[in-house]
Design a protein around this ligand. Structure first.
Ligand code: ADP
Ligand code: MN
Length: 266
């Protein structure tokens, strides 16, 4: 029924798109056997039909483009698959998010990196679901299996992902006005995330926000914490500072951090 096709050359890290050689050289290793089995299982179940090349290769995860054909003759749906890496090193930094997070019941998992990546993927999945349900623009979470998360691709119908806010090409006569309205939009998102989702992003910056057509999309929420996490307000202040700094550099007359903090939390 499904065009069950896995382009293993792509999955191995070959870029399916035209990309320069330097990019290709850095673009990551072969997927391990377990990960490939999970991808094949997802193909068999129809969550995805084809897995393409890497959109992003990071320290803690790789993100791949993928396509699903839910209906025989229907249009393809673009998806993104985030594969968390089992490297222990990348999880050292993350301890501060776990300590005090009641969703990580015990610290017993700390030594087991397979369990750890599974927990991170789970946390991202649940946070995305909460954020998406609250009407905040973010990838819709589709499917989770161990350390592999399938979500909606934020991109065009051809599978090109939207740029990060960092790389957004915003120009023209009204660019000043656009930047200002994006700043206001982000304040609203932070407030809604706090008030409705009861979450603090905790790694919010121009790198974890995607941009298209005057809309901001929130991504990368595996480290986001509940508002009752003992350090949530510290993380919130950091989010406010980082995003404020960015918008200031883009020429926006930003509000003082304190004022934003009160707007978000009160
Ligand atoms: P990390 O920063 O931990 O590597 P992210 O979740 O930030 O992981 O994803 C890395 C990059 O992959 C993002 O900066 C973005 O460019 C791209 N990306 C992630 N999720 C999606 C998605 N759902 N749609 C489109 N692009 C995505
Ligand atoms: Mn990121």
């Amino acid at each position: 029924k499904h065009a069950a096709k896995i382009r293993l050359d792509d999955v191995k890290g070959e870029q399916s798109r035209e990309k320069d050689k330097a990019d290709r050289a850095t673009s990551e290793q072969v997927l391990d056997q377990r990960t490939r089995m999970i991808l094949l299982q997802m193909i068999n179940r129809g969550f995805v039909s084809e897995v393409h090349g890497a959109i992003s290769t990071g320290k803690e995860a790789n993100v791949y483009g993928a396509v699903a054909y839910p209906d025989l003759d229907g249009p393809p749906i673009q998806r993104a698959i985030k594969v968390y890496k089992t490297a222990i090193l990348s999880f050292k930094d993350r301890e501060r998010y776990i300590t005090g997070e009641h969703r990580f019941k015990s610290g017993a998992e700390k030594g087991n990196s397979r369990k750890m990546v599974k927990l991170w993927a789970e946390k991202e999945f649940r946070n995305l679901r909460r954020i998406h349900s609250a009407g905040i623009k973010c990838p819709e979470p589709i499917q989770l299996k161990l350390h592999v998360l399938v979500m909606e691709l934020l991109g065009d119908r051809k599978g090109y992902a939207y740029p990060r806010l960092r790389d957004a090409a915003i120009s023209g006569d009204d660019s000043e006005e656009v930047w200002r309205s994006l700043y206001i939009q982000l304040l609203g998102i932070m407030r809604r995330m706090y008030q409705v989702c009861r979450l603090v992003h905790a790694d919010l910056s121009e790198y974890n926000i995607l941009y298209n057509n005057r809309q901001l999309y929130i991504i990368d929420v595996s480290q986001s914490v509940e508002h009752d996490h003992p350090r949530s307000l510290e993380f919130l202040r950091m989010d406010i500072k980082n995003t404020g700094d960015f918008f200031r550099r883009e020429g926006v007359d930003i509000l003082p951090d304190r004022v934003v903090f009160d707007f978000v939390t009160v």
